[in-house]
Design a protein around this ligand. Structure first.
Ligand code: MD3
Ligand code: FE
Length: 223
């Protein structure tokens, strides 16, 4: 993927913040599109519509821990975890029905964001929707349940700001801290696709779009 303006974080002194340009490269394969989605009430309305059919729930890890992030999905497949493992499933285990269809506003946004980052023709078949309330966090992990790592992952932040942890290809690599605000989109592909990543505990706050929470949409080509 080519570099699209802005300083690469590797050009900066350690400890400096990520540049706030509209488009910047975090690392090879990781492009931030600041405010690309705006504070779009239509996106939040679509989240509510999905959640009305497939409610947010806290899933259990294979190790038996309840995740602090509440999740739901839309699209042909949804990411789930339970005592049996992490995987994609066509049916919501809570309702035993197919996940709601991907809203058109989601599909269009994901495709435009991927194209802006150099990935033409991104066709996600899954959108995992994460809901963070104050103190909710996501520990360092890799996303590796998708069939094909050639497709990028597109992530959209809505509502309260968060500090995103962007690590390396080994769990022990010290992560960079990247502040993400409402409307920011990050596209993760190529060499960044299997990077370890997570989210710091969410700070208290009140956002005009979401109130006291952060919503993250991650678009994936899972199947
Ligand atoms: C970097 N969600 O759902 S999105 C997840 O903010 C997840 O809810 C976080 O990590 C959130 O799995 C972060 C950003 C993200 C998503 C996938 C990645 C970053 C990634 C895959 C590879 C590298
Ligand atoms: Fe992830």
């Amino acid at each position: 993927m080519s570099r699209i303006g802005g300083a690469a974080i590797g050009d900066l002194l350690p400890g400096t913040q990520v540049p706030e340009d509209a488009v910047s490269q975090l690392a090879a394969g990781a492009v931030v599109l600041r405010r690309f989605a705006g504070d779009d009430a239509a996106l939040l309305a679509a989240v509510r519509q999905v959640a009305a059919a497939a409610p947010f729930r806290q899933m259990t890890t294979p190790g038996g821990y309840r995740m602090s992030v509440a999740m739901t999905n839309c699209g042909r497949a949804g990411w789930i975890t339970d005592r049996k493992g992490y995987r994609y499933a066509a049916l919501d285990p809570l309702t035993e029905r197919p996940w709601p269809a991907m809203p058109a506003v989601f599909q269009g946004l994901a495709e435009r964001a991927a194209a802006a980052a150099g990935f033409e023709g991104f066709a996600p078949d899954s959108c995992l929707i994460n809901r963070y309330e104050p103190a909710t966090r996501l520990s360092l992990h890799q996303d590796r349940n998708e069939r094909d790592f050639a497709a990028p992952i597109v992530s959209v932040s809505l509502g309260l700001p968060a500090v995103f942890l962007f690590g390396g290809l080994r769990r022990g690599d010290r992560p960079r801290r990247v502040p993400l605000a409402s409307g920011d989109i990050v596209v993760w592909g190529g060499p960044a696709r299997l990077a370890f990543h997570g989210v710091d505990p969410l700070a208290e706050g009140d956002h005009k779009l979401t109130g006291n929470c952060r919503i993250n949409l991650t678009f994936r080509k899972a199947l």
